[in-house]
Design a protein around this ligand. Structure first.
Ligand code: TYM
Length: 326
């Protein structure tokens, strides 16, 4: 039916945006597709400075988080990107097919290079490596949040450009968007929820305690209207709460809004917080349990890498032939 591929950066514990925008559908896709791969993209993470010890810990923590969310290594291939060197090799070849202006407007560069005044070559070519991740397994379906659409478009372009130059080889991958495309920051509903937000109350992490979650939701920025409605354009704050609530309680927005009739936003926040706690509590406990056994996580990742390499190697052999290296 197709090949599913997606990735997540090991830059800390995933947050509710990662979960609702991507990870929840990663889990569901394991039942729908027979070929499913999920990668902890450490090569991408070093486009921002990383402390080596922390990075190592974050990779294993990410493995624990993905398993706790329901990624099952018997039904999908879970692996660490840098353990499969073909990703970097294909990225180089695709980079030679990418023009500089094509990358200038892509979100990662636009956001992150501004914060730093100047960004690295790696940050600039970040989306080329992402295209290599996807194409290396001839992937057809890529479950991601809305913020990754432009990166997906580059992967589609590069599949087409490669095929035009060297002959039909890569399928054009398509994005699979979940119902909750973009979870917003709790402190600024005009921007997305993000791991690196310096405002501590902006982001709900999968490891947050019930008290943390209640505090963050109660302090979420809304507006001066007390009624609960879903109007993402004019009322982004309260609409973000409605959309998170609908997602974690598996209800439609309409059902959630109906349920909140007669409540003011203050009372409603308690309901939302409770629903998020219910959803995240078992995941948090499972992360804690899995985190304790580093050896087990390392051996799982080693097995995943072995499987990924066995799929990547024959594709790269073909690519090398097509390009004229052999
Ligand atoms: P990353 O690590 O930033 O995020 C992982 C996934 O979470 C989604 N996401 C969100 N969804 C909804 N609302 C939010 N606030 C939110 N924040 C993050 C992202 O869309 C993503 O699906 N470049 C990728 C990693 C990557 C990749 C790939 C993805 C590398 N190679 C190949 C797919 C295929 C990234 O930075 O994800």
């Amino acid at each position: 039916k197709g090949q599913v591929f997606s990735g997540i950066q090991p830059t800390g514990v995933p947050h509710l945006g990662n979960y609702l925008g991507a990870l929840e559908s990663w889990v569901a896709l394991q039942n729908e597709y027979s070929a499913v791969m999920y990668s902890i993209v450490d090569l991408h993470s070093i486009t921002q400075p990383q402390d080596p010890h922390m990075l190592r810990d974050n990779i294993l923590d990410m493995a624990a988080s993905l398993l706790a969310c329901g990624i099952d290594p018997t039904r999908s291939i879970l692996f660490q990107q840098s353990q499969v060197s073909e990703h970097a090799e294909l990225s180089w070849i695709l980079g030679c097919l990418t023009s500089m202006p094509r990358l200038r407007h892509l979100p990662q560069w636009k956001m992150k290079s501004k914060q730093k005044n100047e960004g690295s070559v790696g940050l600039y070519t970040y989306p080329v490596l992402q295209a290599a991740d996807i194409l290396l397994y001839k992937s057809t379906h890529v479950p991601v949040g809305e913020d990754q659409i432009q990166h997906l478009e580059l992967a589609q372009d590069l599949a087409r450009i490669f095929n035009n130059q060297y002959g039909e080889f890569f399928p054009e991958p398509c994005a699979l968007l979940s119902g909750t495309r973009k979870v917003k920051s709790l402190r600024d509903p005009s921007s997305k929820m993000s791991k690196s937000d310096p405002q501590k109350l902006a982001t709900v992490f999968l490891t947050d305690t019930p008290d943390d979650i209640v505090l963050k939701i109660r302090r979420a920025v809304t507006d001066f209207t007390s009624e609960v409605t879903y109007e993402p354009e004019s009322r982004p704050g309260v609409s973000n709460l409605v959309s998170m609530h609908a997602a974690v309680s598996e209800q439609s927005m309409e059902e959630v809004v109906r349920l909140a009739e007669g409540m003011d936003t203050g009372q409603y926040k308690n309901v939302v917080a409770e629903a998020i706690v219910q959803k995240l509590q078992p995941i948090r406990l499972e992360i804690q349990r899995l985190r304790a056994d580093r050896g087990h996580l390392e051996s799982l990742l080693a097995k995943g890498a072995e499987k990924a390499r066995s799929l990547a190697a024959p594709v790269m052999t073909e690519v090398r032939k097509l390009v004229g290296f052999c």
